[in-house]
Design a protein around this ligand. Structure first.
Ligand SMILES: *[C@@H]1O[C@H](CO)[C@@H](O)[C@H](O)[C@H]1NC(C)=O
Ligand SMILES: *[C@@H]1O[C@H](CO)[C@@H](O)[C@H](O)[C@H]1NC(C)=O
Ligand SMILES: *[C@@H]1O[C@H](CO)[C@@H](O)[C@H](O)[C@H]1NC(C)=O
Ligand SMILES: *[C@@H]1O[C@H](CO)[C@@H](O)[C@H](O)[C@H]1NC(C)=O
Ligand SMILES: *[C@@H]1O[C@H](CO)[C@@H](O)[C@H](O)[C@H]1NC(C)=O
Ligand SMILES: *[C@@H]1O[C@H](CO)[C@@H](O)[C@H](O)[C@H]1NC(C)=O
Ligand SMILES: *[C@@H]1O[C@H](CO)[C@@H](O)[C@H](O)[C@H]1NC(C)=O
Ligand SMILES: *[C@@H]1O[C@H](CO)[C@@H](O)[C@H](O)[C@H]1NC(C)=O
Ligand SMILES: *[C@@H]1O[C@H](CO)[C@@H](O)[C@H](O)[C@H]1NC(C)=O
Length: 402
């Protein structure tokens, strides 16, 4: 299919072929051109094969292959485009159609979660069925009564869900909220390619329910968040307004291989690189920033990559610059005690090793004074290729992209 696409794009338009068949000279030049075209194609093929095989994503992000008819040089040619499941190029990408900014869309919401003394609210994006991940977080770093004893109820941990097509699971979520008062469920269909809608819903909920909160954190349910280190970091900031921090990704390029999990068709994003953005595994913003991002989102067409969309495209539109902080990482970390203490986020921590990490962190008997960072335990590795949506990573200086 993809070879098909390459071939059809390289063929000369029919009109050229017709005009060059009038005389012998024309014929020769046509053959020459055909040969040249063939050589170029072979070259492209050579380049294309290794790129194809190096793709490490799974087969989960793309939709069915269809063959719409494209027009090139006045003649119809078949150009196959692999469309994204849920976001075919006919689907409207106007955010307000899905978000309903005028109306309330909450199905479940915790009661009295924020007021004017709230410092930080952490919203953990979770799928309706991920009950075990939520339990593990409640029993470890997100233990609300533990946080209340430490911070006098100024820090809240909540889970953000969409709707499942399984109503048994939806009713479990309602029971869970009755029990723990920490579930936000919004009215949209919860799928991988709808994560952007989830993040816009997050902003909408925060603005309508927690407008007085100082900071908002977005993270996922496979993340470990070291709240004391995060609070320390936030308290050291000279001012809260204008905050947008996390793990910065520079010069990322859209992945155009349809087999990749993070495939982005040209019709979804046509520029060569994404604007600098923060990894969606964990980022923190101030409430003024949440409002500005939300307003921007209502005018920017959906890109299915939640973090590129919110912290890249919407931030740029709103005149905000995402800033890197070394405590955030989207790369699975070496979870030794001393690097954990400096860590704010650790990725790919499942329900079972959540407890391991938590118990390590609670052990204060290890002295990290003489701790030496080595390549093995350095929290953030910047030498990465093809992790996430990008193939190439730009450099960071003074916590910004250069
Ligand atoms: C796009 O929508 C039109 C009209 O709704 C339909 O006829 C056409 O088949 C659709 N094309 C694709 C590629 O889905
Ligand atoms: C918002 O809710 C009102 C009242 O329920 C309804 O009349 C209106 O159509 C809704 N607007 C949107 C955009 O859904
Ligand atoms: C704010 O909410 C917390 C509980 O979430 C409560 O303990 C505190 O008294 C409230 N403060 C005000 C000023 O309402
Ligand atoms: C915070 O809210 C409480 C009750 O909701 C109110 O009495 C108090 O004046 C508020 N404080 C500030 C600083 O707005
Ligand atoms: C949560 O924290 C409270 C208060 O510190 C503690 O009593 C409780 O055992 C903790 N829960 C778990 C599951 O660790
Ligand atoms: C819905 O979820 C429940 C609980 O996980 C499961 O037992 C049931 O088979 C699911 N139903 C469907 C239609 O998938
Ligand atoms: C995203 O959510 C909207 C609103 O619930 C729904 O219409 C659409 O089918 C969903 N898209 C995907 C890709 O799941
Ligand atoms: C959790 O991750 C560890 C590796 O980090 C793995 O050994 C373990 O099998 C995983 N557990 C579950 C329940 O997936
Ligand atoms: C705490 O760490 C020390 C040294 O790393 C270790 O000897 C001790 O067994 C740990 N304690 C617990 C309760 O895990």
């Amino acid at each position: 299919m993809d070879r098909m696409r390459l071939l059809s794009m390289q063929l000369p338009p029919n009109s050229n072929i017709n005009s060059s068949t009038g005389n012998t000279k024309g014929k020769i030049s046509f053959i020459k051109r055909l040969a040249l075209g063939f050589i170029i194609l072979a070259g492209l093929g050579l380049l294309y094969v290794p790129a194809y095989h190096s793709a490490q994503g799974q087969f989960s992000g793309f939709g069915d292959i269809s063959l719409p008819v494209g027009t090139l040089g006045g003649t119809d040619l078949i150009a196959s485009i692999v469309q994204l499941r849920g976001w075919s190029y006919n689907t409207s990408r106007d955010v307000s159609i899905y978000i309903h900014p005028e109306n309330t869309t909450v199905i479940l919401t915790p009661k009295r979660i924020c007021n004017n003394t709230s410092y930080l609210i952490i919203l953990i994006c979770s799928a309706v069925g991920n009950i075990n991940a939520r339990i593990a977080i409640r029993n470890t770093w997100g233990n609300q009564s533990y946080l209340d004893t430490l911070y006098g109820s100024s820090i809240k941990v909540t889970f953000l869900l969409g709707q499942s097509d399984n109503d048994t699971l939806n009713s479990y979520a309602a029971d869970e909220n009755n029990l723990y008062n920490d579930i936000i469920q919004e009215r949209f269909y919860d799928t991988y390619n709808n994560l952007t809608l989830k993040s816009v819903m997050l902003l909408k909920w925060v603005i309508s329910n927690c407008d007085k909160v100082r900071y908002i954190m977005k993270t996922d349910d496979d993340m470990f968040v070291n709240i004391p280190t995060l609070i320390k970091t936030l308290r050291e900031r000279p001012k809260s307004t204008g905050t947008l921090i996390g793990s910065l990704i520079c010069n990322a390029k859209p992945i155009t291989d349809p087999k990749n999990k993070w495939y982005t068709p040209k019709y979804m994003y046509s520029d060569r690189t994404y604007p600098s953005y923060l990894s969606g595994t964990g980022y923190v913003m101030s409430s003024d920033v949440a409002l500005r991002l939300y307003k921007a989102a209502l005018s920017i067409p959906v890109l299915h990559l939640e973090d590129v969309y919110i912290t890249g495209l919407c931030a740029k539109e709103a005149g905000l610059k995402p800033v890197n902080h070394h405590g955030f990482s989207y790369i699975p970390r070496n979870l030794d005690i001393c690097s954990l203490r400096e860590t704010i986020t650790a990725h790919k921590v499942n329900a079972s090793n959540m407890y391991t990490v938590w118990n390590k962190l609670k052990n204060f008997s290890t002295n990290c004074k003489n701790y030496i960072k080595t390549a093995k335990n350095t929290p953030v590795s910047r030498i990465s290729r093809n992790i996430g949506y990008f193939l190439l990573k730009g450099r960071i200086h003074n916590n910004r992209c250069i």
